[in-house]
Write a protein that binds this ligand. Structure first.
Ligand SMILES: [Fe+2]
Length: 358
């Protein structure tokens, strides 16, 4: 099989799982149309048409997998990363090129590297050619006009989408805490039969997700509650090497965003803060040489020397609940995410992170 066929096989399997006939059909038309536009544009610009075609094939896989467009470009790069690594058919440079194009493809008002630009342009050209311009955000219209000019395509005046941004409610700490309290109180058990647990781990595309997260889902619980509370966040934020399904990722991300506080001198934990615990799991319940940040939860209340928290996988017992914790050395730090937080992690230098080589 040639490389395009190998990637097609992988993408076809994802598209086949889309339940709605109409959505499955649009996914096929869009995916293959964008891939062909990528090859055409790349050829015209003297770039590698095969790599461009492959980035087009892969660009929306996370949206097809989850049924949601939320951070699908950044999460899509993270979904494609292990997939193309395991194909063993691309060099590190080629992986960087493909994954970077996927990562940035939603940011059409900004100019990135040449292959990133090919994919963004192809995404618009496919919409234009198939008369689905209403799906083009008005902010991307200057890019489309420039592209039509480059290819000498005459376009009559067209009504582009006025505002395609989904008016999602912005992140709210109080809602975050309410949601966490509700889920934690359901005493969710980390088993396949538990529908809420399956919802909590649905963001992770690999078939191994259940086995990896079972007895290890406190951070996945926090991620799920955060998204339900309106937070935009991909499953992994470069250059952080872990996904938000691990407490370490929350710590690194919190540090990078200035959200970390410690429970000393003046800082009083509040409802809706995230708490990262420090060696709270007993050694017999966790792997040897584990990092200090071995558990994470959401603060519901601070009562003198106690915290009330909503947690998934309490004490690695594979169940969620509401817990009263002592404010002692087992508290590592807190993350206080401001109301209205807006994701801007796409501004990172994807190519400078080394996660595409992992
Ligand atoms: Fe997309």
């Amino acid at each position: 099989m040639n490389r395009i066929s190998i990637v097609q096989h992988y993408v076809d399997k994802i598209i086949e799982n889309i339940k709605s006939d109409t959505e499955r059909k649009s996914a096929i038309i869009h995916t293959y149309g964008v891939a062909q536009c990528c090859a055409l544009i790349a050829g015209r610009r003297g770039l590698n048409t095969e790599l461009a075609y492959i980035s087009g094939l892969l660009h929306d896989i996370y949206a097809f997998f989850t049924g949601s467009s939320l951070c699908h470009a950044q999460s899509g790069a993270e979904m494609a990363r292990p997939a193309i690594r395991n194909m063993n058919i691309f060099s590190d440079e080629e992986k960087k090129c493909i994954l970077s194009a996927i990562f940035y493809h939603s940011n059409k008002e900004v100019v990135h590297d040449e292959y990133d630009e090919v994919l963004k342009d192809a995404d618009l050209l496919q919409r234009f050619l198939t008369d689905t311009v209403s799906l083009i955000n008005e902010r991307a219209v200057p890019r489309l006009n420039k592209l039509l000019n480059e290819f000498d395509i005459e376009a009559a005046s067209i009504d582009y989408g006025q505002n395609q941004e989904t008016a999602a409610e912005p992140f709210k700490k109080s809602l975050f805490a309410d949601i966490a309290e509700k889920f934690a109180g359901q005493n969710i058990c980390g088993e396949r039969e538990n529908k809420t647990f399956i919802e909590i781990i649905k963001y992770y595309p690999e078939a191994s997700a259940f086995d990896e997260l079972r007895n290890n889902w406190c951070a996945a619980f926090v991620y799920h509650c955060a998204l339900k509370a309106g937070m935009e966040l991909p499953i992994k934020q470069p250059p952080i090497e872990y996904r938000f399904a691990g407490a370490g990722a929350w710590y690194e991300w919190g540090k990078a965003n200035g959200f970390i506080s410690h429970d000393n001198g003046g800082f009083i934990p509040e409802r809706g803060d995230i708490v990262i615990f420090n060696h709270i799991i007993s050694p017999e319940n966790k792997p040897k040489d584990s990092a200090w940040h071995d558990h994470i939860g959401i603060v519901l209340a601070c009562e003198d020397e106690f915290l009330v928290t909503a947690e998934g996988n309490i004490d690695n017992q594979n169940v969620s609940g509401i817990v009263k914790r002592r404010r002692d050395h087992t508290i590592g730090c807190f993350l206080r995410i401001p109301d209205g937080y807006q994701y801007d992690g796409w501004k990172c230098d994807y190519k400078a992170s080394r996660i595409y080589t992992l």
